[in-house]
Design a protein around this ligand. Structure first.
Ligand code: AMP
Length: 388
């Protein structure tokens, strides 16, 4: 894996593709985690007297009205506070003013360029990896560092486009993600996958890829009900992914000894936090399951206690409702308390772990939503391939 450490960046103009896609309300950043996450790579460049050019996307830009609300300027201000140092900001994604500023930078200077997706307004140049745009941005620097894991599954001008024209490597954030996720290449055994979330449809690729490598796949969440339906069980009004019942039948036939399903549930009548629920092994036709039950929790804990490595994607219940996050939280607590090497595979399970205070206690919490999922599907990710 080629990283920033392998490249000569001393006194060079270094372009870093960051992930500054932070929530901003009325011009104020409401969560700066991603900016804080980028500091290690930026500080390394400062220590090496590089001239630092930062690129990032923010939100989506489809029409003129999207420009203002996705202006990256507040990020430059916050970054400057965090680094206790001036950070220049270019209002424009290209042009003479930007080029002149970059060319007059001193070692250690930093400039943040306007939201790369401003280039999407006319002809999706950034998201479509426009050849000319990638080449233009590359012309601003001498070395390229990709430290934006969240977009590494996309071929955009600001990652793949630039990488095609400059000596390139990964920043520390991406390196950490890839190191953690690479345990999948030849996992230690027993290797257990915990898979929850809403629809089977969204996880087919993950199941197909990991079922071959894993010793056990523990299913939870809304997904479980399509598997139970495939076994001919009554699931009442629980979430059903009708189009994928056949897929579940096939998986259960081929991997009977690997796939584990819930044996009890938190059941209620409506999709709300306000009604009473009961724990049950059977679901009546007018009921729905919104969390796994305590017998399932115990069953899954028994399997997990011997695991050498665990990958977990998707919550086991409707964790947005106070009542139905219980057993997602309980199982998180179990892997943390028992020091079971667990990787949380992005998206909602990381949000659940953050809420419950376990995010920093697990072995690794992957920050990429779509990127992590595609990695778990075994796909080749363009941003990684571009650097390789
Ligand atoms: P995903 O993005 O596929 O990981 O799905 C996460 C979503 O699955 C969350 O919004 C949960 O509320 C939802 N979910 C988990 N368990 C259930 C369930 N039993 N019924 C309906 N939705 C569920």
């Amino acid at each position: 894996m080629k990283t920033i450490r392998d490249l000569d960046i001393d006194n060079k103009k270094v372009i870093i593709r960051c992930d500054f896609n932070v929530p901003i309300k009325e011009g104020k950043i409401t969560d700066d985690t991603r900016i804080v996450g980028a500091l290690e790579t930026i500080k390394y460049c400062i220590d090496h007297n590089a001239k630092i050019i930062l690129l990032s996307h923010l939100g989506r830009v489809k029409e003129i009205e999207d420009l203002d609300k996705n202006n990256l300027a507040p990020v430059a201000t916050r970054l400057s506070e965090l680094l206790e140092k001036d950070v220049l900001f270019s209002e424009y994604t290209r042009g003479e003013e930007l080029e002149e500023t970059v060319n007059s930078m001193e070692p250690g200077d930093i400039i943040l360029v306007q939201n790369t997706r401003y280039e999407d307004l006319e002809g999706k140049k950034e998201s479509g990896n426009d050849e000319e745009l990638g080449k233009y941005w590359a012309s601003l620097g001498e070395v390229f560092i990709n430290d934006a894991f969240g977009t590494i599954h996309r071929a955009h001008a600001s990652n793949c486009g630039i990488a095609a024209h400059l000596p390139s490597g990964f920043g520390f954030l991406v390196e950490k993600e890839l190191k953690a996720l690479s345990v999948l290449d030849s996992p230690e055994h027993p290797f257990v996958v915990v898979l929850g979330g809403a629809k089977v449809e969204d996880k087919i690729g993950v199941i197909e890829n990991l079922v071959k490598k894993a010793d056990k796949i523990l299913i939870g969440g809304g997904m479980a009900f399509t598997f139970l339906k495939a076994q001919g069980k009554e699931i009442g009004k629980s979430l059903l992914d009708e189009n994928n019942i056949d897929f579940c039948v096939e998986m259960l036939e081929n991997y009977r000894d690997k796939i584990e399903l819930p044996v009890d549930f938190a059941v209620t009548h409506e999709f709300t936090n306000d009604e009473e629920y009961r724990e049950a092994t059977e679901i009546a036709p007018d009921e729905m399951g919104l969390d796994i039950g305590s017998k399932t929790l115990e069953k899954y804990e028994n399997i997990l206690k011997d695991a050498a490595i665990v990958i977990w994607n998707g919550p086991l219940g409707v964790y947005e409702f106070e009542k139905y996050k219980k057993n997602t939280d309980n199982l998180l607590k179990f892997v943390v308390d028992n020091n079971i090497k667990t990787i949380l595979g992005g998206g909602d399970i990381v949000a659940a772990a953050t809420q419950a205070g376990y995010k920093d206690k697990v072995y690794h919490a992957s920050t990429g939503g779509g990127a992590t999922l595609e990695y778990l599907e075994g796909k080749k990710l363009p941003g990684i391939e571009a650097i390789k």
